[in-house]
Design a binder for this molecule. Structure first.
Ligand SMILES: N[C@@H](CCC(=O)N[C@@H](CS)C(=O)NCC(=O)O)C(=O)O
Length: 359
């Protein structure tokens, strides 16, 4: 029997020089034809938080592919709680399950009152904590993150790495998908997508966390510079094409979108990514509005869970769990990028910048 590691959260993952170092996911099996985990309708369950950008990538692909009848979903409460409240020696806090009609929860520091609307309890295993799922699967990492792709047949975790779950949902369930023709990782664009992911992940997706969880000025400064130079690069790409990899929406867009949609309402304030608001980049802002209007995307955005989670879950960052009120939902306004690039494609010559339209 393996010993479980000491339970910890992302807030404990900093180096001696104050840099945030995300631990690699521990469960990396694959759903594939002829393999241990066959793709079957009704066999797998996805555990997510609607606040988590990594989990919501997977939920977006699940909706875009039309897999909601084939794969069940449970949604955690946004506010982290003590996961072993009766053991004073175990101070871990993390994701909990609640029914939508349950009474509100306070933060783990005892402040505030945060409702359960939007939560979907664990009807598959009946657990109260995401931690319980990891312990059922003999976890040895001690990090209890979402997303979790669960196999109801072997009663274990198949995979807890969003970039891999996303690809399985994209390609392995086409026989039960309502939208089997959609391919977010097409052969012809794989090299381009891999290249985009290789710099967007460290500098933007994880980059915002590297800013927010840094515990030294130097680590924060480095992450901040890298983040905004990568956003400038994205802005340049999106001035001449509709999506990151060209004319087709791919997984690179789904992955980036989940960070961008959280940027102005959360990261600018909470993670100190305040060189400017995202809405000040004309092309990125137009692109976020374009993606938000794409079927399946808005359904995986729950701004209440997003704001509540970040501002109420980290005792060291925001002990009183007060949630800032400001902000306008600019991403809900329609975008003209589809028409703009359709027109541009029919003309010769360069595409003008500022295709995102006016806010
Ligand atoms: N590598 C993972 C990272 C997932 C992750 O870090 N999820 C966060 C939520 S945004 C989490 O559950 N953290 C739990 C903790 O820090 O204890 C993935 O991309 O799937």
């Amino acid at each position: 029997m393996t010993m479980a590691a000491k339970a910890r959260t992302a807030l404990d993952e900093t180096s001696t020089t104050g840099e945030f170092k995300r631990t690699d996911a521990g469960f990396r099996s694959k759903i594939e034809r002829g393999g241990r985990f066959e793709a079957e309708a009704g066999r797998y369950h996805l555990y997510i938080s609607l606040a988590c950008p990594w989990a919501c990538r997977c939920l977006t692909v699940l909706y875009m592919k039309g897999l909601e009848d084939a794969i069940g979903v449970s949604v955690t409460h946004p506010t982290w709680q003590r996961t072993r409240p009766h053991d004073p020696a175990d101070e871990h806090i993390g994701w909990v399950f609640r029914a939508p009609t349950d009474p509100p929860l306070a933060s783990s520091t005892g402040f505030g009152s945060f409702g359960c609307e939007g939560c979907v309890p664990d009807t598959v295993n009946g657990t109260a904590f995401v931690r319980d799922l990891y312990e059922m699967a003999n976890d040895t990492t001690g990090k209890y993150s979402v997303p979790v792709l669960w196999d109801t047949k072997e009663r274990t975790i198949v995979n807890n790495e969003s970039s891999e779950i996303l690809r399985m949902l994209n390609s392995e369930f086409n026989h039960v998908a309502k939208n089997p023709g959609l391919d977010l990782y097409p052969e012809a664009l794989r090299a381009a997508i891999d290249d985009l992911n290789s710099w967007i992940y460290p500098s933007i997706n994880n980059g915002v966390y590297r800013c927010g969880f840094a515990t030294s000025q130097a680590a924060y400064d480095t992450a901040f510079e890298e983040l905004f130079s990568a956003l400038d690069r994205v802005e340049g790409i999106l001035s001449s094409q509709r999506y990151l990899a060209g004319d087709a929406l791919t997984e690179a867009d789904v992955r980036l979108f989940q960070t961008l949609i959280r940027f102005d309402p959360v990261y600018v304030v909470y993670f100190k990514t305040n060189k400017c608001f995202l809405r000040e980049y004309p092309n990125i802002a137009g692109y976020v509005r374009d993606l938000y209007g794409t079927p399946g995307v808005a359904a995986a955005v729950h701004m209440g869970h997003i704001k509540t989670h970040y501002f109420t879950s980290h005792p060291r960052l925001n002990p009183y769990a007060v949630i800032p009120r400001g902000g306008d939902a600019w991403w809900e306004r329609p975008s003209d990028r589809a028409e703009f690039f359709a027109t541009a494609a029919s003309k010769t010559g360069a595409v003008a910048a500022g295709a995102g339209g006016k806010l």
